[in-house]
Design a protein around this ligand. Structure first.
Ligand code: ZN
Length: 302
């Protein structure tokens, strides 16, 4: 089936990273339910310090099980060269490397300045490419920083240009703390597009202030065709005070499919996966669509 936009499910990574650690078996049950939705890409874990993110300390164990789902493109997040080596040794070659656009968040997140993180893109890209993999650079804190205030859009564009010059294959911009609004979303995307006209640009949105879906729709209008989302709207950054969940995959699917924009994702199965993760976490997921019970009226066959 051909699709019009690519949704990357980030629930097992962004969603679970601030939770008390789930057993690996429970994560695999969640991933299996996600695969059943038809989602084409899943970011399954991050290869970072287990002391910093105890919930994802089982990255190798999760990676070892991915061969059972050959139809899905799995990826993992990395924060430095050590994580890249661990990921590649585990057979995960599609990697997302995060660069914060602000020094305050960068220091809190990885103990480096933003410029120091930018300088690591080239050696990381070399390692990934030597292994036959692909590297996406995610420019985090692309709108506002809880420590440094408003992020200059020029800084986001500058990092995007540096990332491509340093060997990144794709780019995303991330509203890590969920402060963006649709007009600002479009503005930042246009500035990135100006320095990276050819790149397959993605966006990573949080619904912290209720703007997530509006921002996604704005991003679509500004040419974005790749979206991160987490089933059940779970998630948040442990080093960004006040951060909360990603936009919910089921709500993004509902939004786009209703407009005839194909995602390849089955809505009912996504709601089932959202129910599963609610059960595994022991609390209801943060999703209006799930609370409402899905579509009111079945969608006619097209
Ligand atoms: Zn996030």
């Amino acid at each position: 089936m051909s699709i019009d936009i690519v949704i990357r499910e980030v629930g097992p990574r962004d969603g679970l990273q601030i939770e008390r650690p789930l057993p690996t078996e429970a994560k695999l049950e969640f991933i299996d339910a996600l695969v059943a939705t038809g989602v084409p890409r899943i970011e399954v874990t991050s290869f970072v310090s287990p002391r910093a993110i105890p919930a994802l300390a089982d990255a190798e164990a999760v990676a070892a099980q991915l061969v059972q789902w050959p139809g899905v493109e799995f990826s993992a997040l990395v924060a430095g060269l050590g994580g890249v080596r661990r990921a590649l040794a585990s057979g995960v070659t599609r990697l997302e490397y995060v660069v914060s656009a602000s020094d305050g968040h960068s220091r809190a997140n990885v103990g480096r300045t933003s410029a120091e993180s930018v300088a690591l893109i080239a050696p990381i890209a070399d390692l990934v490419h030597e292994a036959g993999g692909e590297l996406e650079v995610i420019v985090a804190i692309a709108f506002d920083c809880p420590f440094d205030g408003r992020t200059p859009p020029e800084r986001v564009a500058e990092i995007a240009g540096r990332a491509l010059a340093s060997g990144a294959d794709t780019l995303s911009v991330a509203d890590t703390v969920g402060t963006a609004t649709p007009v600002r979303t479009g503005d930042v995307l246009d500035r990135v597009r100006a320095v990276a006209p050819e790149v397959d640009l993605g966006i990573h949105l949080h619904n912290t202030r209720g703007q997530g879906l509006a921002n996604a729709w704005a991003a679509y209008g500004h040419g974005v065709r790749r979206f991160d989302a987490s089933t059940g709207g779970i998630g948040g950054c442990p080093f960004a005070p006040g951060a909360s969940g990603n936009i919910a995959t089921e709500e993004l699917v509902y939004l786009f499919e209703d407009g005839g924009i194909r995602t390849g994702i089955d809505l009912d199965r996504t709601l089932a996966a959202a129910q599963l993760i609610s059960r595994l976490l022991g609390r209801p997921a943060d999703s209006n669509l799930l609370a409402a019970g899905g579509r009111l009226v079945p969608r006619p066959e097209r």
